[in-house]
Ligand binder design. Structure first.
Ligand code: ACO
Length: 323
């Protein structure tokens, strides 16, 4: 049974933190951040939460799909920065939008989260267990950033994106998908709670958790693993990289996206980016970009897309989708 995305929505918090603001906080510069990451600003949640941002994005995705909350069978929120561990963010969204008929749960696979939520929803819908799903990627990375660490604090932003997913005619929607994990490399990128890091407790200064990252290792992983995964899903769908209209990749870093474009032999004009305005929003980045493309009319009926997420775990995945 074929499965597709029928509607999208997103939410970005009002407050914008520019590279020039960061220059006043740590020893960095607008030029360094732009050149190494492609970012110039990011949104920071002040009065919002992961649950409230998820709810706003979900409402917009339902509206775009022309669905009512009572129609929703399954809600999956991909996040690694939810305010509370229990109840999960998806159950909070369910209550907020009044999706009384849905089952709701979260998944945590960092920057691959939205892609994994899409694949999970597709598997449930294909099996006949559910008719549709509301999937959301949402993060408040600002809550776990060490604002004194210039190597990480310039990279991340907050936001949420959502998609309504349901079955469609054969030959449309998701044509192929693949995913993988490399737990042995988990130490390359992790969010560690203070309690789990007693030797470094002083560094946490009142925060509960911090992002730790070996940037060079993440870069190497992404530029090797992601093109391989994309080539696999393209081959499974009987397509070549040159057949793809839009590569909607996790917006980690412009240099990673440029390297992947080079590896696949496809120009950057097929790689839409919004990283300049949003920073890296982890599991929110793919649905934020997808919604931007959808609402701006850049996605045409029948366009071929590749969605690909990669990040902490380490985890990665991709799918080919005919819009
Ligand atoms: N401003 C100014 N200088 C900085 C900053 C900063 N914000 N951060 C680090 N530097 C300095 C370092 O201290 C170092 O100085 P030194 O040479 O005097 O020691 C110098 O810049 C170079 O540091 P590197 O870490 O080698 O910088 P690099 O060129 O590797 O760029 C970056 C860092 C952008 C993180 C890069 O490694 C990268 O793109 N990694 C990919 C990881 C990534 O994008 N992660 C996002 C999260 S993970 C995900 O979403 C999948």
């Amino acid at each position: 049974m074929a499965v597709t995305i029928k509607g999208t929505g997103s939410f970005l918090p009002e407050k914008v933190l520019t590279n020039f603001d960061l220059e006043k906080m740590v020893d960095t510069s607008d030029a360094w951040i732009r050149e190494r990451t492609g970012m110039s600003e990011r949104h920071i949640a002040e009065n919002d939460t992961v649950a409230s941002m998820s709810t706003e994005a979900a409402k917009k995705a339902l509206e775009d799909a022309g669905k009512d909350a009572s129609d929703v069978d399954l809600i999956i929120v991909a996040t690694c920065t939810g305010e509370v561990m229990v109840p999960c963010t998806a159950c909070k969204v369910q209550a907020e939008i009044g999706a009384d008929n849905a089952v709701a749960f979260d998944i945590n696979s960092a920057c691959s989260g939205f892609l994994f939520a899409l694949q999970t929803a597709a598997a449930y819908i294909s099996s006949g267990m559910h008719r549709n799903a509301l999937i959301i990627g949402a993060e408040m990375l600002s809550s776990i950033i060490n604002w004194e660490d210039r190597s990480t604090c310039v990279l991340f932003g907050d936001g949420a994106g959502a998609a309504f997913v349901e079955k469609c005619e054969e030959g449309r929607g998701i044509l192929s998908m693949a995913h993988g994990s490399n737990g042995a490399k988990g130490g390359v990128l992790y969010f560690r709670k203070k309690e789990a890091d007693p030797a470094k407790e002083d560094e946490y200064e009142g925060k509960d958790a911090f992002v730790h990252m070996n940037g060079a290792e993440v870069y190497k992983f992404a530029v090797r693993q992601v093109p391989d995964c994309i080539e696999k899903v393209l081959s499974d769908a009987g397509l070549k990289a040159s057949d793809v209209d839009h590569f909607v990749l996790h917006q980690a870093n412009i240099r990673i996206i440029e390297a992947i474009s080079k590896r696949l032999g496809v120009g950057m004009d097929h790689f839409p980016v919004n990283i300049e305005k949003t920073g890296n929003t982890s599991s929110a980045s793919i649905p934020l970009l997808l919604d931007e493309l959808n609402k701006s009319g850049k996605l045409k009926d029948g366009d071929t897309m590749v969605l690909s997420g990669f990040g902490g775990g380490l985890t990665y995945g991709a799918c080919v989708l005919k819009w």
